[in-house]
Design a protein around this ligand. Structure first.
Ligand SMILES: *Cc1c(COP(=O)(O)O)cnc(C)c1O
Length: 361
């Protein structure tokens, strides 16, 4: 036996399963498996990205001052309390690395995002899964699961893959009720899709134990470039900056994100199109006997009668060139998560699900 061994916890990590991108033998697929913006990024972001091609030999900014100032201005936040990461995944990893280790507990919910448990284990800590109530975050259950070892509590609001959301008053109750050594992390990957919602930013301002994470991968359509950010009390930002690599963001990512955040007209357009077609799609599927919870995000969680039926529908959709996401790994074996695409993709999905339900296989 080799004496070379990884740190405890590492071999317990289950590899992250990304959304599929192609189907054997089918060209022209419609990818609705990763909650990407079907319209792509703002044209201004693409232009800014291209403008960087002449300075690839230069290291990028290490303090991200320009991007942080732009985010601060658009979202009315304090730029000194923003940290940028290679996707919000990296902010999640920084939090675990800096605040959780051997013997510590990191809480996530039953159908919560996979990266919380992965990053907790990578830091040597123990992920603790808490039940949801019919696919909705259950604040009382989380509070009951807290111990003197709890260091981080992760919730996504709206949540992925359920699409459901809890009220800010509930989030406040959670922040006030967790033990004093713990931090509440509000993952706002889909916050821009919710009208009149600050992602919990005011709560970050009001308290010392709340952190908000955000991303450029979803409504901003820049998943390829890996840009995310966090908003936290100054003391926590000072800690996270110590574990952050100096050049964790690429110049291309910084340029594109800066232009993207400054084009809020485009963001509003994407939010409106998403809301319209999300509601259309959920009604169309319900009419075919496939219900879903009210989603506040850019996807819906379509529920089938059984594990087998969900699998069969997934296979049928694939045969039609439509790629959606099975969410067995999220303890939802009877469901398929379907990203809200453009009008044409929504109509295609509804048509195909109707055919499947009508007996086509
Ligand atoms: C997509 C997603 C993210 C964003 O990840 P990035 O690393 O920023 O691309 C974070 N949290 C949740 C819940 C997500 O669904």
């Amino acid at each position: 036996m080799s004496k070379i061994k990884p740190q405890p916890g590492i071999m317990d990590i289950e590899l992250y399963q990304g959304g599929a991108t192609h189907v054997e033998g089918v060209s022209n697929v419609v990818k609705l498996s990763s909650n990407e913006n079907p319209f792509g990024p703002s044209p201004a972001a693409i232009k800014a990205y291209e403008a960087g091609a002449r300075s690839l030999h230069r290291y990028p900014s290490s303090d991200h001052a320009e991007l942080r100032a732009a985010i601060a201005s658009v979202y009315s936040l304090d730029g000194d309390r923003i940290i940028c990461g290679a996707g919000s995944d990296e902010i999640i990893a920084f939090l675990c690395q800096a605040y959780a280790g051997k013997g510590d507990e990191v809480i996530h919910t039953e159908h919560g995002f996979a990266m919380y448990a992965i990053s907790a284990r990578a830091a040597g800590a123990k992920p603790v899964e808490v039940k949801e109530q019919s696919r909705v975050t259950d604040v009382d259950a989380i509070l009951a699961a807290c111990t003197n070892k709890t260091k981080l509590v992760f919730i996504a609001n709206p949540n992925n893959p359920t699409g459901t959301m809890i009220a800010l008053s509930e989030v406040e109750r959670l922040a006030a009720g967790i033990p004093e050594q713990a931090i509440l992390v509000l993952d706002g990957a889909y916050a821009e899709y919710v009208e009149e919602y600050d992602g919990g930013a005011a709560l970050v301002d009001a308290r010392e134990n709340v952190v908000m994470t955000r991303t450029f991968s979803k409504i901003y359509g820049l998943g390829a470039l890996r840009v995310g950010w966090g908003y936290a009390p100054k003391a926590i930002i000072d800690v996270l900056n110590r574990v952050r690599g100096p050049f964790n963001l690429s110049d291309a990512g910084l340029r594109a994100a800066l232009a993207a955040v400054q084009d809020q007209a485009y963001v509003n357009q994407c939010r409106e199109a998403n809301a319209k077609w999300r509601d259309w799609l959920s009604h169309a599927l319900a009419a075919h006997g496939v219900p879903s919870d009210v989603s506040l995000a850019n996807f819906i969680l379509a529920r089938f009668g059984s594990d087998e039926e969900a699998g069969a529908c997934d296979a049928y959709l694939q045969s039609q060139g439509l790629i959606v996401r099975r969410v067995k790994g999220y303890k939802l074996p009877k469901a398929l998560r379907i990203t809200v695409g453009d009008e044409a993709s929504c109509r295609q999905i509804a048509h195909a699900v109707g055919q499947f339900k009508g007996g086509a296989r």
